[in-house]
Write a protein that binds this ligand. Structure first.
Ligand SMILES: NC(=O)c1ccc[n+]([C@@H]2O[C@H](COP(=O)([O-])OP(=O)(O)OC[C@H]3O[C@@H](n4cnc5c(N)ncnc54)[C@H](OP(=O)(O)O)[C@@H]3O)[C@@H](O)[C@H]2O)c1
Length: 295
């Protein structure tokens, strides 16, 4: 019986991937790598094989990967040493006899040299290490998550408008739930060995489009107000986030503006067999409580 392991299984993308796997295969085939098994009690009750491991602890990974055929390596969090953690997973996989690693990387504009701090360099280094590892690999270059949009736009977006960097950049912003489904497809099917996919929504959207859609949902004008990267970071910091987090949001906004996430590949739609959640559907769900309270 082949075993498929998901790292970051108590995180957002990892837990959605475990749920998507449980719709396709028996729970005994699903291994969840977690730092804190107490957070994975629901999965254990469902019959998932919950194993403890920390990316910084190579031995814990080698133990957790025993008997596993394929691993989904969910890229680890920013503001940490991502390269060390990812390389440990690759090394442990080789030591434990794992055959195939699927890695969640970031979408980039073909030929782009733009760097997003703490993300693009470590993702590129991980992709290279995977390709050189001798293991089978699949690289999933994910677009910006729709799910993080409300956080990027700020809690006062309906009152103060969409204040982001230049408005003509477009992005195929994508729901985590669709990416999780794609993860499950790639893990459970053969034919994805040594392939790289760019996964985003099937249509692209600008911040100006988002403002227009928020206006429709809320029933009042939500303007798009173009700000510089510096002004954006200052606004986010003034709203209470630490400066490094504010700068991070500003960098992601700039990446949208410069078209880093603009390419429409439809590879996600091809993998999951249906249209991904659109930004309009996502925004309606996310802001519908506000809309309902006004009518
Ligand atoms: N494309 C985008 O827009 C976008 C947005 C946000 C994030 N991302 C990337 O996508 C990844 C998944 O996103 P997400 O929303 O699912 O993030 P998340 O909810 O923060 O999940 C991250 C997972 O990584 C685990 N982790 C962190 N450090 C670890 C370590 N040392 N050893 C083992 N596990 C560790 C966490 O474990 P615990 O549950 O124990 O904390 C958590 O399960 C992120 O980590 C980030 O690289 C992309």
């Amino acid at each position: 019986m082949s075993k498929l392991l998901v790292t970051g299984a108590t995180g957002e993308l990892g837990s959605l991937t475990v749920d998507a796997l449980l719709k396709r295969i028996d729970p005994e085939q699903v291994v969840a790598l977690v730092r804190d098994p107490a957070k994975a009690a629901r999965m254990a009750e469902q019959g998932v094989d919950v194993r403890r491991g920390d990316y910084f602890d190579l031995d814990s990974l080698i133990r957790a990967f025993q008997g596993v055929d394929k691993i989904l390596l969910v890229s680890t969090v920013a503001f940490t040493n991502r390269i060390t953690q990812h390389l440990n997973v690759i090394e442990a996989a080789k030591a434990a006899g794992v055959k195939h690693i699927v890695y969640t990387s970031i979408q980039r504009k073909p030929g782009s040299t733009l760097e997003i701090s703490m993300i693009t360099q470590s993702d590129e280094a991980t992709e290279e290490a995977l390709i050189d590892s001798g293991l089978s690999y699949t690289i999933l270059r994910n677009s910006l998550y729709l799910d993080v949009l409300p956080f990027m736009l700020g809690s006062d977006v309906l009152e103060r408008g969409v204040r982001m960097t230049k408005g003509d950049g477009r992005a195929v912003i994508v729901a985590r739930s669709d990416l999780a489904e794609a993860n499950a497809v790639v893990l459970t099917q053969s034919g994805h060995e040594n392939r790289t996919y760019t996964l985003g929504a099937s249509e692209s959207v600008s911040f100006a489009d988002i403002a227009a859609e928020l206006s429709r949902i809320s029933g009042k004008l939500v303007a798009f107000i173009e700000v510089s990267a510096e002004e954006l970071a200052e606004r986010v910091e003034a709203a209470g986030l630490p400066r490094p987090a504010a700068d991070f949001i500003s960098e992601w906004s700039n990446a949208v503006s410069t078209g880093e996430f603009a390419e429409i590949t439809k590879e996600l739609e091809g993998l999951i067999g249906h249209e991904p959640v659109s930004y309009k559907t996502f925004l309606r769900r996310a802001y519908e409580a506000y809309a309902t309270s006004r009518h």
